[in-house]
Design a protein around this ligand. Structure first.
Ligand code: CA
Ligand code: CA
Length: 96
């Protein structure tokens, strides 16, 4: 009986820890999201080359053969038209 209560308590504690880890993780994603420049190849400029990099990874996700973390500029674990649009809005900008 007492053992069962301990198991339940352990599950609750684990769930609470996971909740907070997830909250911190989400906060990091949001802060990183605001810092994204759209400069995927790191040459300091946002142009068609960055769009091509993202274009090659469209419809990919973490673990996918074409997945490229840098191309997921909005950090939603999916490279799609939203990321391409973001890079397009950053076209011509210079990072740093
Ligand atoms: Ca670039
Ligand atoms: Ca994305």
């Amino acid at each position: 009986m007492g053992r069962k209560v301990n198991v339940i308590a352990a599950i609750v504690v684990a769930a609470v820890i996971l909740y907070f880890v997830n909250a911190v993780y989400t906060a990091n994603i949001i802060s990183f999201q605001t810092q994204s420049t759209g400069d995927l190849n790191g040459d300091g400029k946002v142009n068609v080359f960055d769009l091509v990099i993202a274009g090659k990874s469209v419809n990919s996700y973490p673990g996918h053969a074409k997945w490229k973390p840098a191309a997921d500029v909005n950090r939603d674990n999916r490279i799609d038209v939203q990321d391409l649009d973001y890079i397009k809005t950053r076209f011509g900008t210079v990072s740093r």
